[in-house]
Write a protein that binds this ligand. Structure first.
Ligand SMILES: [Zn+2]
Ligand SMILES: [Zn+2]
Length: 348
């Protein structure tokens, strides 16, 4: 008799099925991880609410656990029993994007890449076990909590964002939106010696941003966004504006608020799909501004995030709002969608 484990599958809006599936045996280049914690990102939240309708989906991509079994040809310094971060997103390693240093947008990320094609597509971290290919395994510190280790994934996304934005020490940066992703930007930017202005409508989140590092907090409904940014930067504008909200109008406003040579960085996916913006093209010429963005993270970013968390170089505990057992996944998803939570994590 093979042992089985529990796995959550999103099957329809607000409908989750719990499957019992056989615990897999890792192949030569694979590792088996016993999941301990999985954080609920917007992907899982939108799939649960029905805003994103890709079903069935074995969700869960912010995952930490214990390494339980290694294939013979996995060359890692992680030993059985060690705490690891499981980077469940696929990167083929050989497509043109991967070979050009952009494995975060691997051309084959959504295709089945393994011989043991799972019966349900998806990263599959909302489960008691997860099977990884060797490159998806990252050894973490055994002294750091699983809840913190699983936040390596969102932290890695923000590491990429901050790196690619080209922000420099003593720059004026604006972070639009003080949700968890906005707050991870604030945290990293403050570490780098950047002056950070946060733009947030919600009073509770604004206060939270102020408490956890923002130098100034503005409310874009009080006065025009660009006017407020200009006032706080001696009329110069922001060197970088990070749009960490899904609202298209935020990008338009950001273009009006950047300094000469500044960058507008679209971090969050804009909703609904197909949204358009209308901007004056002249500042791209007159002020040499740049409109750019990032998505997800490369494997280098993941390594940096795991090292930061393992070395306690960053404290993400304030952003963990709630931890619930895996059996209460639906309740956890409902709480995660409330505006008063940052990250909600389920533990196995
Ligand atoms: Zn995520
Ligand atoms: Zn690829």
């Amino acid at each position: 008799m093979t042992d089985t484990y529990k796995r959550a599958v999103f099957v329809a809006p607000e409908q989750i099925r719990f499957d019992d599936v056989p615990i897999p045996e890792p192949g030569l280049h694979q590792a088996l991880v016993k999941v301990q914690a999985c954080a609920l990102c917007t992907w899982e939240q939108r799939t649960y609410s029905g805003e994103e309708k890709f079903y069935p989906l074995a969700g869960g991509h912010e995952v930490s656990g214990v390494l339980v079994k290694l294939g013979e040809r996995v060359y890692t310094d992680a030993k059985v029993g060690d705490r690891v971060m499981a980077a469940t997103l696929n990167r083929c390693g050989y497509c043109e994007s991967c070979r050009r240093g952009m494995d975060n947008i691997c051309d084959n990320a959504r295709k089945p890449l393994r011989d043991d094609i799972p019966d349900v597509p998806g990263p599959g971290g909302l489960a008691e076990y997860v099977l990884l290919d060797d490159y998806q395994l990252y050894r973490a510190s055994n002294d750091v909590s699983f809840e913190e280790i699983c936040l390596s994934e969102p932290l890695a996304c923000v590491i990429r964002s901050v790196r690619k934005s080209g922000v420099q020490r003593a720059d004026n940066a604006v972070v639009v939106g003080a949700g968890i992703m906005g707050m991870l930007h604030v945290t990293l930017l403050k570490q780098m010696g950047v002056r950070v202005i946060v733009s947030e409508i919600d009073g509770t989140r604004a206060a939270f941003a102020k408490k956890y590092g923002a130098d100034d907090v503005i409310n874009p409904t009080d006065a025009p966004f660009a006017d407020q940014v200009m006032q706080l930067t001696n009329g110069r504008g922001a060197d970088v504006v990070y749009c960490a909200v899904s609202v298209a109008a935020a990008v338009e406003q950001a273009v009006e608020a950047v300094a000469k040579g500044g960058r507008v960085h679209v971090y969050a996916r804009i909703h609904p799909k197909g949204s358009k913006i209308s901007i004056d093209p002249n500042p791209f010429h007159n002020k040499e501004i740049v409109l750019t963005g990032t998505v997800s993270q490369t494997k280098e970013d993941v390594l940096e995030a795991v090292r930061m968390i393992s070395g306690r170089l960053v404290d993400l505990k304030p952003f963990i709002s709630l931890t619930l057992p895996f059996t209460r996944l639906e309740e956890a998803l409902q709480r995660a969608m409330q505006p008063d939570t940052y990250r909600v994590i389920v533990t196995m």
